[in-house]
Design a protein around this ligand. Structure first.
Ligand SMILES: C[S@@+](CC[C@H](N)C(=O)[O-])C[C@H]1O[C@@H](n2cnc3c(N)ncnc32)[C@H](O)[C@@H]1O
Length: 449
């Protein structure tokens, strides 16, 4: 274990300064918390990290606490299986603290509208709605620890290859339906799981400096051994790899989301070789107790300027009755006799049709957050499920994030459910980016211990 120190946040005037120490690396950044209403400043005295996050959610951007001697080189990144760019929100957050601009060279996703949203928010230079598999030529022999590329992987398009050469980071959130414990049909033999293996191939083809792959925790039990295979492929190509689970609520975030991350860095003179171990990042960022659902979505502020983001889901008569029962009886779990007939044997998930607890973190926000029968997604104090704006907040998207693919074409409900529920929550993306990029963007701490 590296020597890690929990980040210190101090208030001076109306600026918060955050000092993050990770092993031998340190990063000091600061942020203005003087909102016109003064709410953040007030919160900064009692809950500095909460005030820091609130300021970021409202559009504040941190910067290095002491002016840098020279402007750091921008970080060039690729986002595979990008969705609307949730993972990049966390990457941008970490990069801002280090004073680095992020250039998103390429986003790839088969969902063209998601790519349009990605481009609007991250000024993405190139997008491809082809399958990732059709962009790269690679072959793997064996699996698990003996896996190797049969020949050096290469992008099939020379111009893309040039644009992506030597990027600082390949981020990826390959589809996880096959690994997910919530999916009873395909379990862990879903061919989509093999999409995971396109990520090390892409990274090696581009000689990427670092790699971050996010997935559900059960990916480690995948039949095709995609995690040990990826580790072996990257290690055999000169990368150092760390992997583990990051839990958002353990870092004080108001959502109990846990995800598996595999992070790698290429050994290279001058830019620091190994990534910071995932467990060290998790302990350095530890903060408890986690903030509550109402911390994130309570109060009177309008979270997003986009009216589509505030549309409540249309509930069936039965679901309205179920929600009414929860409030009439001051309950958070629906009684068995109020559930559909197919749930009467008591084997279904207890949380479905549930109401969130106001003073606790939210459960994992999934693509079902607008549907009571898909989880504990009823608002803690109002008789409805949470809105897209509230789900986006709980996922750590800034309120200014634009979710419409085009000015004259708002996103549909199902798109908002998929894009927001599938996204990598900001604190998790931030922590994974810290593991991958801190050895490159932070300065060595002056004194140990
Ligand atoms: C878990 S989501 C990614 C979420 C994203 N990382 C974020 O943080 O917002 C997986 C994405 O993979 C995309 N996808 C599925 N199969 C694909 C393929 N063969 N090639 C490219 N994208 C694919 C889906 O459209 C979906 O947006």
């Amino acid at each position: 274990m590296l020597d890690t120190v929990t980040p210190q946040i101090t208030l001076e005037g109306d600026r918060l300064t955050r000092s993050l120490r990770l092993g031998r690396w340190s990063l000091r950044s600061s942020l203005d918390v003087s909102s016109p209403e003064g709410a953040e400043l007030e919160e900064a005295c009692t809950d500095p990290l909460g005030a820091w996050w609130k300021a970021c959610l409202r559009g504040g951007v941190p910067e290095p606490a002491t002016p840098l001697e020279s402007r750091p080189k921008p970080l060039r990144v690729l986002d595979l299986f990008s969705g609307v760019g949730g993972l990049m929100v966390g990457v941008q957050q970490l990069a801002a603290e280090a004073g680095c601009r992020v250039i998103c060279e390429l986003a790839v996703d088969t969902d063209a509208d998601a790519l349009a949203v990605h481009t609007l928010n991250h000024r993405t230079r190139r997008v491809s709605s082809e399958s990732v598999t059709s962009l790269i030529d690679y072959r793997i022999r064996d699996s698990g620890s003996s896996a190797r590329f049969v020949y050096p992987p290469a992008l099939l398009d020379d111009r893309l290859m040039d644009a992506c050469q030597g990027v600082d980071l390949v981020g990826a959130g390959p589809p996880c339906q096959g690994h997910s414990n919530l999916n009873n049909h395909s379990r862990r033999s879903d061919p989509r799981n093999l999409l995971y293996l396109t990520v090390p191939a892409f990274a090696v083809a581009c000689s990427a400096q670092a790699v971050v792959i996010e997935n559900v925790m059960s990916v480690v039990r995948d039949e095709a051994q995609v995690v040990p295979t990826t580790r072996a492929l990257l290690e055999s190509c000169g990368y150092a790899v760390t992997e583990g689970v990051l839990a958002a609520d353990s870092m004080g975030w108001p959502q109990t989301r846990k995800r598996h991350f595999l992070v790698a860095r290429r050994a290279n003179e001058g830019t620091g070789s190994a990534p910071v171990p995932i467990e060290d990042v998790q302990s350095a960022l530890a903060d408890s107790p986690p903030r509550s659902v109402l911390w994130a979505i309570g109060g009177s502020e309008r979270l997003s300027p986009d009216p589509t983001m505030h549309l409540e889901s249309e509930l069936t008569f039965l679901n309205r009755e179920r929600i009414q029962w929860l409030f009439d009886n001051d309950q958070h779990d629906l009684a068995l006799h109020e559930r559909p007939d197919c749930h009467q044997d008591g084997t279904s998930y207890g949380a479905v049709y549930g109401r969130m607890h106001a003073a606790r973190p939210a459960p994992t926000i999934t693509t079902g957050y607008m549907t009571p029968g898909r989880g504990r997604f009823v608002h803690p104090t109002e008789q409805r499920t949470i809105t897209p704006a509230e789900a986006a907040r709980l996922q750590g998207f800034p309120d200014s994030y634009r979710f419409s693919p085009a000015l004259d074409r708002p996103a549909s409900r199902s798109q908002l459910a998929k894009w927001i529920g599938d996204a990598v929550a900001m604190p998790l993306g931030y922590a994974a980016a810290a593991s991958a990029l801190i050895p490159q963007v932070a300065t060595p701490a002056e004194t140990a211990g």
